[in-house]
Design a protein around this ligand. Sequence first.
Ligand code: AMP
Ligand code: ZN
Length: 478
Amino acid sequence: MDPHNLYIYNSLTSSKEKFKPLRNNSVGMYVCGPTVYSNVHLGNCRTFISFDIIFRYLRYLGYNVRYVRNITDVGHLEDTGEDKISKKAKIEQLEPMEIAQKYTNSFRDVIKKFNVLNPSIEPVASGHITEQISIIEDLIKKDLAYISNGSVYFDISNYNKVDSYGKLSGRDLDKIKSNSRTLASQDDKKNEYDFALWKKAEKNHLMKWKSPWSEGFPGWHLECTAMSNKYLGDEFDIHGGGIDLKFPHHECEIAQAVGYTGKQPAKFWIHTNMLTLNNKKMSKSLDNNILPDELFSGKNEFFSKPFDPNIIRFFFLQAHYRNELDISEDAILASEKGFERLVEMLDRISNIEASKNNNDELFNQIKQWEKNCFDCLDDDFNTPMLIAEIFNSSKLINQIEKNGNLGHREKDYFLGLYDTLLSDILGINYNKSTSSDDSILEILLNIRDDARVKKDFDLSDSIRDQLNKLGVKVNDNN
Ligand code: AMP
Ligand code: ZN
């Protein structure tokens, strides 16, 4: 594959641009990670799965990718000005770090079930306070930040003399001003649209650190500038996150980084679109968030049966990452059916007997199909088009079944391609039911039969219920 055919939609320029790394074969990618004050919902997972595809494809193309995805454990404030993690710590009567650890662990567990690869570095905000303080000191020296009552704010009016604020989101200051939220400490600011780099902590605030200005804590936007700069340098290739982070979070990150280094931090900005439920954005603060584990175990009020993470991943990938996607039981059922068809298709080709003779014509057809598939990925990671193209290969399979002239070379190449596309790049497990799974299932069903014969109905019912939870239907004839 020629790695230089990849086009990525850049939110900064609102256009698809040819991707070329800044440094030879190495790619630096930073993605804003979760704020760990509660469980991640399916919408958050959709975003992390989208970046997992991007990470996997860049690696497939042969790039050496340093993927940094942070954990926000401090500084993300509620509209009232209260730190989200501190607030939850009070509610759950735990240490803030216990809250952060608890939800970091559950985030990692969930994301693993979705077959999302680990990033290269997963830095936490509270482990980078000194780096954040250094950036603030630098910005104050440059007159791009000012101290007010122990807090420090970024001075957007002064920044506008260096570069214009609002490039990414295309917002002008008047609009920002009229939309800016009223925080308790707004009086400290020179201008409504200035944002906090450091906040002086109230007496009962739980997470605070010493700084030259006050005992306090960093503003949320600053951590990503500090950690992306530390691990990827002044300039790096890709910065990503959900589209809801474009403003103000990413806009503020750009201003901080340009102020600090004099350079635009990321060449490409990638924004993923939202998962919705009944066409409303899924959100931690609304009552419409679906927890992945509830969906996997069939315990979610919106769904009548459990769904496998693999199917949910497949469902997500059937929409482009830049399009909104509405989740519903019918939509997932359609994906589940599609997935079954896909597995059947692969079984068909696997079961065709291959001969020793090569078939050059067929080999070329398979190579043309391969090109069509990679064209989809090269077009801004277009996974729905790719999946449609994978289904399209059934025409080739029909032809092979009809003509019966499949050589070993063609068969191996064809199956190898499916594996690369489905398993390595899309991260889909299409060999779900292995023979060892089937054997284990048979053993369990035999134990259940014995239990029923011995009238141990507690045990037999328990086996049935637990298998049902996994989506294996057991009736009493089994
Ligand atoms: P948070 O933990 O709220 O900071 O969010 C973590 C990531 O999930 C961010 O990149 C958000 O943009 C993204 N996100 C939040 N809600 C949704 C949603 N409904 N659909 C897709 N991504 C989302
Ligand atoms: Zn961020």
